[in-house]
Write a protein that binds this ligand. Sequence first.
Ligand SMILES: Nc1nc2c(ncn2[C@@H]2O[C@H](COP(=O)(O)OP(=O)(O)OP(=O)(O)O)[C@@H](O)[C@H]2O)c(=O)[nH]1
Ligand SMILES: [Mg+2]
Length: 295
Amino acid sequence: MNLKKKLKKSRDALSRKLVLVFGHGVDEDTLEAAEEVLLTADLGWELTELVLDRFRDEYKLNGDAAWKPVLVSVLQGLVPEHAPWKPDAEPAVTLVVGVNGAGKTTTIARLAQRIAAGGETVLMGCADTYRAAASEQLALWGERLGIPVYTSVEGTDPGAVTFDSVKRAIAEKFNHVIIDTAGRLPTQKGLMDELSKVYRVAGKAMQGAPHRVILVLDGTVGQNALAQARQFTEFIPVTDLVVTKLDGTAKGGSVFAMARELSLPIRYIGVGEGADDLVVFNGKEFVEAIVGGDD
Ligand SMILES: Nc1nc2c(ncn2[C@@H]2O[C@H](COP(=O)(O)OP(=O)(O)OP(=O)(O)O)[C@@H](O)[C@H]2O)c(=O)[nH]1
Ligand SMILES: [Mg+2]
């Protein structure tokens, strides 16, 4: 996959604009213009200042060096690295949460596809029981990908579906079970309490479950996703992040801020609607794709 191409909008907003700005040389005026570029690409105020401070220092040390490799290395140094997730239970229970339309269901299907491709078995459970269309959507993905799906009738308690999905995964010896939940805003107290209940019920179905709670963030909302993530973590112990829809936005810079400020690993990014458009997030590659190399 050509990540540069997939992230073209963000690349245009960062790399291309910076080339124009620093084409006039690196000095206090162009650094100020660069600040504007970084803010517009949604790195956020704090990170923008940090990037520019470090860039100034390193660039000076490097004398007449080209600015781009220096900036790439500064940005790469700011994205923390995390050890890959290794499940320590079977089935490994993953709960997927997030606001409405963030890309939860699509992410689950694509994650399940990855797991199946790696030779492990996976069950997808649909605890989004508000809409019949939600289980139909997951069932459709299941059919397309050849992955079993556990659904229940509309209106069933989401906790009950979670419980049954985990029990079925145990009984049928699946390696993984991934539970889809309905979209909700962190301001909807009742729905957030329901999510806490789903979390607890998973633990009743299997001790230690869920082993992973993935918060799916919509990359097109940029910096606002940070606030959303902080609010979600107040209700439920989120362990991992996925950022979707980065193909459709120029706000890819916010991913740096999420990676740095949320102290949670971004595991995957969504860069399209297709089954193969969920990419393992690698900070160094991400920086390279939206800032590095030639335009
Ligand atoms: N372009 C693009 N579209 C995406 C990406 N991920 C998801 N989508 C689209 O976003 C829309 C919503 O995705 P869903 O997976 O249904 O989102 P959801 O969070 O499950 O939504 P609710 O269950 O309604 O809360 C769909 O049209 C997806 O195809 C992505 O990485 N890029
Ligand atoms: Mg959904």
